[in-house]
Write a protein that binds this ligand. Structure first.
Ligand SMILES: Cc1cc2nc3c(=O)[nH]c(=O)nc-3n(C[C@H](O)[C@H](O)[C@H](O)COP(=O)(O)O)c2cc1C
Length: 307
């Protein structure tokens, strides 16, 4: 039996629902010699800012039980270098490209998107409103500010806008509904969880910034809960992220309400895991006699109270 893995998200058709997660796959083309990038549903680039950013001091990564901490701090070459360099390579891959964007002000978000508008090859923008590793506050924790960013970018963008939210809130639905009302075409749930680790040999924190963002298998149940809660309250599609290590995990996210999933830490373990996840989704759903992947979205939800 043929299984249809293709899926629409924010008005765009993707060949399958497995994307890379921002910041865990570089600019997205560097691994072309190691794996068939054209098999990916889409490539989400690391977050790009208006000006180049050197990120936080080392050490910026630390392993924890069943996961990792990072405090990269949005290191990137800036949008002008990105459109002249990596974007040219990304266009040749054959998978849609989603560019993650962040800014230190509303204007920086808007100006970055205006520059991206001038170049072809960008299918959608993912607004990073949730980076936990900057000195500035997390944008989505300030609902009026988040609304202003989303509305302002939506006004100028040529492509759909996906808003990436932080899990560090009491009620993720409030943020999701705010993003929807501001005009977002989709929501990514979730970014990393603020966390820390201490070296007991030196008695010092393991990360230069003391705290960083936690990702990997250890965050899966909490991230799944965020997707489930948000799905009950919004009618824009959800891109589920956070601890997806296998095809089974990806299917759980879709049953909770995600239309698409993105995979970060598992691809840092091995980029091939992205392809394994696509193949495993296909195998499991065929065994269950599912004809189209669309059938499973939100299937584990019993209630939906669209606001
Ligand atoms: C090393 C590293 C760098 C990251 N950089 C970014 C980034 O630039 N922008 C962003 O929105 N999220 C970034 N993230 C968060 C991931 O996109 C993802 O939301 C998070 O890791 C949870 O997914 P996972 O458990 O599959 O890794 C980063 C995560 C890691 C581990």
């Amino acid at each position: 039996m043929k299984l249809d893995l293709s899926i629409e998200f924010a008005g765009i058709k993707f060949k399958n629902p497995v994307f890379t997660a921002s910041g865990t796959f570089g600019y997205g083309y560097e691994l072309a010699d190691l794996m068939p990038l054209e098999r990916l549903g889409a490539i989400v680039t690391k977050t790009i800012t208006l000006e180049p950013c050197s990120g936080n001091a080392q050490p910026r990564i630390s392993e924890v039980t069943s996961g990792m901490l990072n405090t990269i701090g949005l290191q990137n070459m800036g949008v002008k270098a990105f459109v002249e360099g990596p974007l040219n390579n990304l266009r040749k891959i054959g998978s849609p490209v989603i560019v993650s964007v962040a800014g230190g002000s509303v204007n920086e978000y808007v100006e970055t998107v205006k520059i991206l508008n001038l170049y072809s090859g960008v299918s959608a923008i993912e607004l990073n409103l949730s980076c936990p590793n900057l000195k500035k506050k997390i944008v989505c924790h300030d609902l009026p500010l988040m609304q202003e960013v989303v509305k302002s970018v939506k006004k100028v963008s040529n492509v759909p806008i996906i808003t990436k939210l932080s899990p560090l809130v009491t009620d993720i639905s409030k943020l999701a509904v705010t993003a929807q009302k501001a005009g977002a075409d989709g929501i990514t749930l979730v970014n990393t969880y603020p966390a820390m680790a201490i070296n007991i040999k030196t008695f010092k924190p393991k990360l230069s910034t003391v705290k960083g963002g936690m990702s990997g298998a250890c965050i899966k149940p909490m991230s799944l809960r965020c997707v489930y809660d948000a799905y009950q309250n919004v009618n824009i599609p959800i891109l589920g992220c956070g601890g997806i290590m296998t095809g089974e995990d990806a299917i759980e996210f879709m049953l909770a309400g995600a239309t698409i999933v993105s995979v970060g830490s598992a691809s840092l373990v091995s980029p091939e895991n992205l392809i394994k996840i696509i193949d495993e989704i296909e195998r499991i759903l065929k065994e269950k006699n599912v004809k189209s992947i669309k059938e499973i979205i939100g299937a584990a939800n019993t209630v939906k109270n669209i606001c």
